[in-house]
Design a protein around this ligand. Sequence first.
Ligand code: DGY
Length: 323
Amino acid sequence: GGMRPKIYITRKIPETALLKLAENCDVEMWQQESIPVPRDVLEEKVRDADGLYCLLTEAIDSRLLACAPRLRVISNMAVGYNNIDVGEASRRQIMVTNTPGVLTETTADLTFALLMAASRRIVEASDYLRSGQWTTWSPMQLTGQDVYGASLGIIGMGRIGEALARRAKGFNMRVLYHNRSRKEELEGSLGLVYTELDSLLEHSDFVSIMTPLTPETRHLIGERELKRMKPTAILINTARGGIVDEQALYDALLDGTIWGAGLDVFEEEPVSLDHPLLSLPNVVTLPHIGSASIRTRTRMAELAARSLLQGLTGDIPEHIVNK
Ligand code: DGY
């Protein structure tokens, strides 16, 4: 009847999540899987929407919110929500929800995979074989950096940072971390060592970025920070591209200021194929797949659906990010 809330979903989502929403709401969904909803379509669709189910590919800015007078809940199918102007949503009394927890272990797995791929030159070595360059075994051919026993600096000790630290302990790594607040219980249980950022950069063989992108963390890693790192160090970013100054990173990788990088995220996504970072052999690049396991993406989709429904029916969703 007329009481059913109207929901707009900005991409094709898994069936189980869609069915949950369709039971209770009038649902409209952008049908393409590999093309994001065009901005003009989105602006049109939010005009009479009570709920919006969106992805990190949509900029939910003040201009869009001004087109959505009825909107009460925005559910982002991601833990990161830098794509949403939460301050403006709050002013308009719109709830914003995200999907923490369900993706923690999967994202930590991918982060460790990227760390290992970059250190042992996995992608480069695979290309070497397939392109016919493997003529013989040779002592220093395709040699990389050791992971076992190395030091790992984790910037941002939230859920995923902690999950990464647990993996690192299995490789006998010395784990340093920097965070807004100290996590003394983790220092005790996992043997983590709290350090200031500069000292973390100086003492780490691997530096992994595990913070959200906020005004405070934008370009947190730039020329000054890269220069503090070891010439043998590897930078891993599975958080958000904007945390790293990509031009400075390119320069540092080109001139040997640091040894390598593993990047799952970029300032602009999809990264353009002529981006300088893609021309370097000492960078492993991935198309933002940190949480991309079948089970985890399904759980994220379902959690985002549940939060949207809870918000629309007057229940308090578990994961609200408004201040
Ligand atoms: C997130 O959740 O923020 C990731 O970037 C996608 O899983």
